[in-house]
Design a protein around this ligand. Structure first.
Ligand code: SF4
Ligand code: SF4
Length: 319
């Protein structure tokens, strides 16, 4: 595949990716995590030193106060709950009346010091998005490590007991599926129906929606493709399944992503590839307003991961 294949493919369709209004701020609050999953595009782990400091958190809060158009703050990690400023950040954002997503790996709820995290999230009305790449123990543990499945089920039961995923509670619980292999996700609606039936029957678990996410050919997943000699095949699969409608709705057209050190990126994937936004406004410490960030989007061939099949974003399929 040529280095600029994605740009050429967009050109063929007369498409030009440009950020419109920023309505979602995605914040990677640190790469500290209690797990170290094989597919993790962040390469997070229990000893990772990168964690957002308080001055950066305060700067983000100031920028949010000045930008009412940002209605959703999507907090990722690592395990975001392990950052010492996580609760302060969430509480202040909720005081502004904005929605918050916590991308929770579930097992963190059972780490020392996290005993009341689930209650905190429920009290604050935080939306939870949790990875559960399958409803069977075998598949989950192949991807995410031993003992993860039982703890995840325990975590989901705890969240259900607090009202998450239950009709009328207003506490949103979404699950994330990503393929446990080098293929595209199946249809989101059909898989959601399977998940709902199996998790209800086997474990009595309820949740609101399933997001299917394509494995991005970056970081740990890229290394596994290379190790197995499957990189060319996987990139060809993504290219062959390029979908114009998905390309028109990629998430970078209405969000920016901020790293633990305040650096600004077009999305979490570009962040992991250390591809910052272009222009002078590249760190939240250097801008007065989120509007100072360029509308240009930095693209490369990993972007095929967002545009293949039904499309993929942090909020699931795009079409
Ligand atoms: S739980 Fe999430 S952040 Fe942590 S290692 Fe696994 S994929 Fe990465
Ligand atoms: S990888 Fe990032 S920059 Fe590329 S299309 Fe997806 S969201 Fe946009």
């Amino acid at each position: 595949m040529r280095p600029n294949e994605f740009a050429l493919r967009l050109q063929q369709e007369n498409l030009y990716l440009k950020r419109k209004e920023i309505t979602t701020l995605q914040v990677n609050i640190g790469k500290l995590c209690n797990q170290a999953c094989h597919h993790c595009h962040v390469e997070a782990g229990p000893k990772h030193p990168d964690n957002m400091v308080l001055s950066t958190v305060e700067r983000l809060l100031d920028l949010l106060r000045a930008a009412p158009e940002v209605q959703l703050v999507d907090i990722t990690g690592g395990a975001p709950e392990m950052n010492p400023h996580f609760r302060y950040f969430v509480t202040e954002i909720r005081k502004m009346g904005r929605d918050v997503i916590d991308r929770c790996n579930l097992t963190v709820l059972y780490e020392p010091g996290q005993e009341d995290t689930a209650e905190f999230l429920a009290e604050q009305g935080v939306q939870i998005v949790a990875s559960l790449p399958c409803y069977t123990k075998e598949n989950v543990e192949e991807q995410r490590g031993r003992f993860v499945f039982d703890k995840s089920i325990q975590g989901l039961r705890l969240l259900n007991s607090l009202g998450y995923g239950q009709a009328g509670s207003g506490l949103q619980l979404s699950l994330v599926y990503n393929p446990n292999g080098h293929f595209l996700p199946p249809g989101q609606a059909e898989l959601e129906a399977d998940y709902k039936a199996r998790l209800r029957e086997d474990f009595g678990i309820e949740f609101n929606q399933l997001f299917t996410i394509t494995n991005m050919p970056i970081k740990r997943y890229l290394h596994s493709l290379e190790r197995e000699g499957e990189l060319d095949n996987y990139m060809q699969l993504l290219l062959d399944n390029f979908n114009v409608s998905a390309a028109m709705g990629v998430m970078c057209t209405n969000l920016v992503s901020v790293g633990f050190d305040g650096s600004i990126y077009d999305c979490d994937f570009n962040q992991m590839l250390e591809m910052p936004v272009s222009g002078a406004a590249r760190n939240v410490m250097d801008i007065e307003h989120l509007n100072d960030i360029t509308h240009r989007i930095e693209i490369a061939n990993h972007c095929f991961g967002c545009t293949a099949g039904a499309g993929s974003s942090c909020g699931g399929s795009l079409t």
